[in-house]
Design a binder for this molecule. Structure first.
Ligand code: PLP
Length: 391
């Protein structure tokens, strides 16, 4: 047998991809499966964005680009962030990468090593914990609680910081819960962090354009005092329905830009050149499709949450953002994994057990409402029938 590096045994995965594979296999056997498992918009990338990539290809944009991204794209990102948050971000601090995930990968590689501690949300995007373990650093979970609408609590977070803490990962709006952290809590955190100037922050704001009920996104970028230690993770995947294009970016503190760019040179070299031109069109072009998708998600969200709360044994807090609901199923007497497997194999609905997002996810399942209203209606009927006959 081949001898793999020890670190490989510590590398986890994202169960969403396994559930997707199982759902596809069941479909191939002729079963009807409604997929509320995968977290990607069910919309197509808007036409004007696709056209920009086609044009770039015809214009001969076929070669490597600078590793940190083409200058006009980094300028477009800077202008976008100014428009959204009145933030002053020099384009030299923007590093374009193949998907939001890669900024996460780079930041955790940059700070993680044996002896270091990294605080991360739990339940949270599974790659945080996986990557932290891979580097040999100690993962320190920040529990996110239903009673706080799954937003983080600044006091709890600050109490987890030790002399070994190198990095804190934040995510709002959040996967898998749809939780949105209140601005007042972020204010408290930023104030509290003054006492810990050596701790870096990775703020995963990939769902920044998906908020509901009139909420406004609070970006960590709007706190200039964090400029020297904030890494902003953003991208095109969720906002512009571009998951398959692999386009994301990080805004890095000045002193970390060189390291992030070196990581890019050592891994992806650059992002697909034509996709970068599409990225410019997305940021600079009309935003009506973004608003249209947000409205469609909102209508599904309301319907989904209302219907979930009608199912005996299930209760669901209203998610403030992203496109996930995270119903509490503890009163059904079933574990999260039992519900996930039963719903997929017997009821034909793909969901993801809360435990796939960390130990604090027990008692919950994640449902993505990035699916048509019609499918969501059928799925809820199936979920209700299955749960009523299994508790
Ligand atoms: N961060 C969070 C919280 C996510 O949910 C996702 C995707 O599911 C990502 C990052 C990764 O996005 P991308 O597809 O752009 O790599």
């Amino acid at each position: 047998t081949l001898q793999q590096a020890n670190a490989m045994s510590r590398l986890g995965t994202e169960t969403a991809f396994e559930v997707l594979a199982r759902a596809k296999a069941l479909e191939a056997q002729g079963r009807s499966i409604i997929n509320l498992g995968i977290g990607q918009p069910d919309f197509l990338t808007p036409d004007h964005i696709v056209e920009a990539a086609v044009k770039a290809l015809h214009d001969g944009q076929h070669g490597y680009t600078p590793a940190n991204g083409i200058p006009s794209l980094r300028e477009a990102v800077s202008a976008y962030l100014h428009k959204q948050y009145a933030a002053d971000v020099d384009p030299s601090r923007v590093v374009v990468v193949p998907g939001g995930k890669v900024t996460m990968f780079f930041a955790i590689l940059m700070f993680g090593e044996p002896g270091a501690e990294i605080i991360y949300p739990n339940p949270g995007f599974p790659i945080y914990e996986s990557m932290i373990r891979f580097t040999g650093a100690k993962p320190v979970p920040l529990p996110l609680l239903e009673k706080n609408g799954f937003g983080f609590d600044a006091e709890t977070l600050l109490s987890l910081i030790t002399v070994k803490t190198r990095l804190i990962i934040l995510n709002s709006p959040a996967n898998p819960t749809g939780g949105v952290t209140e601005k007042s809590e972020i204010d408290n955190l930023v104030r509290g962090l003054e006492a810990f100037p050596k701790v870096a922050i990775l703020s995963d704001e990939i769902y920044s354009r998906l908020l509901y009920d009139g909420r406004k996104h609070t970006s960590l970028l709007s706190y200039p005092e964090l400029e020297d230690r904030l890494i902003l993770l953003e991208g095109w995947s969720k906002t512009y329905a571009m998951t398959g294009w692999r386009m994301g970016y990080g805004v890095w503190p000045k002193q970390l830009v060189e390291g992030a760019t070196r990581l890019a040179v050592n891994s992806n070299s650059c992002v697909n050149a034509a996709a970068q031109f599409a990225g410019i069109a997305a940021l600079e072009g009309p935003q009506d499709s973004v608003d249209g998708m947000q409205r469609a998600f909102d209508a599904r969200r309301r319907f989904l949450v209302e219907r979930l709360n009608q199912i005996p044994g299930v209760s669901c807090v209203e998610p403030g953002g992203a496109f996930y609901a995270f119903p509490n199923i503890a009163n059904t007497g079933l574990t999260a994994k039992q519900v996930e497997l039963g719903l997929l194999d017997q009821a034909g609905v793909a969901t993801i057990a809360g435990t796939s997002f960390g130990a604090h996810g027990e008692g919950y399942v994640r449902l993505s409402y990035a699916n048509s209203m019609e499918n969501i209606e059928i799925a809820l009927q199936r979920i209700q029938e299955w749960l009523e006959s299994h508790q």
